[in-house]
Ligand binder design. Structure first.
Ligand code: ADP
Ligand code: MG
Length: 256
């Protein structure tokens, strides 16, 4: 008897996006299964951020479909009506995003940053949201900073808070857009270490990163984008075995 995989958690089919008539994403199709960690790599300008932004509807794709489990993102009902605001907020919350520049609320404490989404979007009662936030902050080693304001934290700590904020939404998957690119080199490790722990505990993650050693060590599969197309993909081991003159090998060599 053959063992069949469960259906994918995320399905992206023939996604296309142009800005001012210039294609930025072309015919992007891939699946992500629950507990998979997918790396998204490619040169600056290859369309990685636009792809993540299309997934949770910060951008509107021109063509294609995005399915999270059995729900098409950006739509509701069987007649493909555009999603209403509440539906869109719920769909977005299912795919939390972690940005390069943290995007924490500066005038709110760490704890308030982490509880805001659950109480306002998911309707979680405040006392429960606080208990859950404290558990997450403890998990990432920042429980002592719960009452601190973001500006008093290091960049690495701020990015860990924004990961805590994403986790507090109990998302189906987390989208990371170069989460360590804005950090001083000595602060990169603590963020990658939190991400490695999440990956190891079965969190479904789609990670745009220039940290090639992290991508090759932690990601189950890597998608390589070039000029808005997925030009190669595979397990880290498979990609490393491509002939040296292939695009992915040249990219890896140039990325250290
Ligand atoms: P990456 O994240 O891989 O560096 P991006 O997705 O940010 O790439 O950008 C891909 C291309 O789309 C780039 O040429 C960029 O200039 C262009 N682009 C991104 N966002 C916009 C926008 N809002 N309007 C016009 N062009 C954009
Ligand atoms: Mg980008």
């Amino acid at each position: 008897m053959s063992e069949s995989l469960p259906p994918p958690l995320l399905r992206v089919e023939s996604l296309g996006k142009s800005f001012a008539g210039r294609p930025v994403l072309s015919d992007i199709s891939f699946n992500v299964h629950a507990a998979e960690v997918i790396g998204l790599i490619g040169r600056s300008g290859s369309g990685k951020s636009t792809l993540l932004r299309c997934l949770n509807r910060l951008e509107h794709p021109d063509t294609g479909q995005i399915w999270l489990a059995d729900e098409e993102i950006g739509f509701q009902g069987t007649k493909r009506h555009p999603a209403r605001a509440g539906t869109l907020a719920r769909q977005r919350a299912a795919m939390s995003m972690v940005f390069q520049h943290f995007n924490l609320w500066p005038h709110r404490t760490v704890l308030q940053n982490v509880t805001e989404g659950p109480t306002s979007v998911r309707g979680v009662p405040r006392d429960i949201a606080i208990a859950q936030a404290m558990a997450i902050l403890t998990r990432i080693g920042l429980e002592s900073k719960a009452q601190a304001y973001p500006a008093t934290l290091s960049g690495g700590q701020q990015q860990r808070v924004s990961i805590a904020r994403a986790l507090a939404m109990q998302p189906r998957l987390i989208l990371f857009d170069e989460p360590t690119s804005a950090l001083d080199p000595e602060l990169v490790g603590e963020v990658l270490s939190v991400m490695t722990d999440l990956a190891g505990s079965g969190t479904t993650m789609l990670v745009v990163t220039h940290e090639m050693r992290f991508a090759l060590r932690v990601c189950h599969r890597i998608l390589f984008l070039d000029q808005g197309r997925i030009v190669d993909q595979g397990t880290p081991a498979a990609l490393l075995q491509r002939p040296p003159d292939t695009a992915i090998r040249r990219f890896l060599a140039s990325s250290g």
